[in-house]
Design a protein around this ligand. Sequence first.
Ligand SMILES: Cc1cc2nc3c(=O)[nH]c(=O)nc-3n(C[C@H](O)[C@H](O)[C@H](O)COP(=O)(O)OP(=O)(O)OC[C@H]3O[C@@H](n4cnc5c(N)ncnc54)[C@H](O)[C@@H]3O)c2cc1C
Length: 522
Amino acid sequence: MNRDDMLAGIRERQEPWDLVIIGGGATGLGAAVDAAARGFDVVLLEQADFAKGTSSRSTKLVHGGVRYLQQGNVSLVMEALKERGILLRNAPHLVRDVAFIVPSYAWWESPFYGVGLKVYDLLAGRYGFGKSSYLQREAVAEAIPSIQTEGLLGGTRYFDGQFDDARLAINLATTAWEQGGTVVNYTQVVDFLKDGDGAIEGVVASDLETGEELRVRGRVVVNATGPFVDGVRRLDRPEAAPMIAPSQGVHIVLDRSFLAGESAIMVPHTDDGRVMFAIPWHDVVIVGTTDTPIDEVDLEPHAQSGEVEFILETANRYLAKPAAASDIRSVFAGIRPLVKMGDGDGTASLSRDHTILVEPVSGLISVAGGKWTTYRKMAEDVVDHAILLGDLESRACVTEQFPIHGYHRNAERFGRLDFYGSDAPAIQRLIDADTHMAEPLHPRLAITGAEVQWACRNEMARTIDDALARRTRALLFDAEAAVQAAPRVAEILRRELGRDASWAQAEVEAFTAIAAGYQHPN
Ligand SMILES: Cc1cc2nc3c(=O)[nH]c(=O)nc-3n(C[C@H](O)[C@H](O)[C@H](O)COP(=O)(O)OP(=O)(O)OC[C@H]3O[C@@H](n4cnc5c(N)ncnc54)[C@H](O)[C@@H]3O)c2cc1C
């Protein structure tokens, strides 16, 4: 994938595109893959980097959602469990199953959660990941050697999926491109093109690297901007009532010594009724999350006061080795675009399902809500709507059985590079070709310079943040180490992109400012 080629393709195009998609998160990228795979001409415009928004900040679970079962939302859970199975089939290099243990410290907990999780198994049907079972106290302690054993009675184990969210986003972008789609980052939609009746005919976008204005005409325009969906709707209709209510979730990252073993801990009910996870991921442990309603949406949301303390305090009840604020390697926040039912007024309830809304005059299609796990189904629904609205040729969705870029059935054989799937051998060749590029970026980060080179040459990485937050996950693994690695990454990017020393210096400063939001003051 090459950004200059993508932009040239946009400039040269005379015909309107079949679909113009705004937003390069899970929802927009999924829609781009779906549309391109059906043979439509599709262009996707992302204002920042692919997955810069919510889609790189999730808990990284491919799951049915045990908590929605508690709320009695059986159809939502069934759909997500089916999608979990489809994603494992289409991207086996990225999805793995993880054993989750619900520890019990009160006599009623195991039978209570045991029954619920049996229902979860049943709903998964042929898409099941493994059967849930009751575990004796000793078995829980064996599976999670670092669990708090005082008062522990036993636990219930069930299985769910885990993935790397930003990597899946990049793989989806590549898949869309391989199918003939055009996807471009750092291109912000700033206005709509309309005909005399007010119907949308395309968008006006700005290349944020050069300031060039692009006029991109399309038969249908899809607004897939997640937490920003209402802001983009207001470009079309300033009086539009909000479709979503944003809610912030925060995670902290610790080293693996706090959660030894391969199993995760799941706490279905924290003090304030939330779900808490502690999950091994790559070489770290992710602990979270919170759920705090917010007024303003930001591309770089920050943990609010008390959120990190709440996570630490809750987690420490279950960990034998308590974590202190100084043990936190990184803190990341993401914004859930929860859909308001009806066209949103203040009393609206919130849904975890996705919603598609078509503006009556302009015909703008907005899609929001849902979750990463169900991105493919959301994409299918929104492209079906686009076909009707744009009077496009009726073509069936093909993504249920459609390998995603990187597909590899035995990616474990690539060791640390396993999550690159079928790209791993090419990255290994870059590592082998140059001893300097084979060196880790930092003593605490195994990531090599060759991976930054790869990201720049093949995955449209443009900034240090792209390379360290999403193409690799260094910023999430260890924010301080990522800042220390930034000058070396800037040097590699500078050479690959043909920039000068002042560009590199400005990049280091910009990344240091971003990374400050991931470093918890202790
Ligand atoms: C804390 C948290 C934990 C979660 N955990 C899970 C989980 O474990 N499993 C799961 O399945 N789901 C999870 N989710 C849900 C999942 O992450 C989201 O549903 C999904 O990422 C939303 O994707 P999106 O594409 O709709 O939004 P985003 O990823 O936010 O993408 C929208 C994009 O639009 C771009 N954009 C905005 N305005 C413009 C413009 N004018 N021009 C061009 N581009 C624009 C933004 O830059 C952004 O990249 C979690 C969510 C949160 C917040």
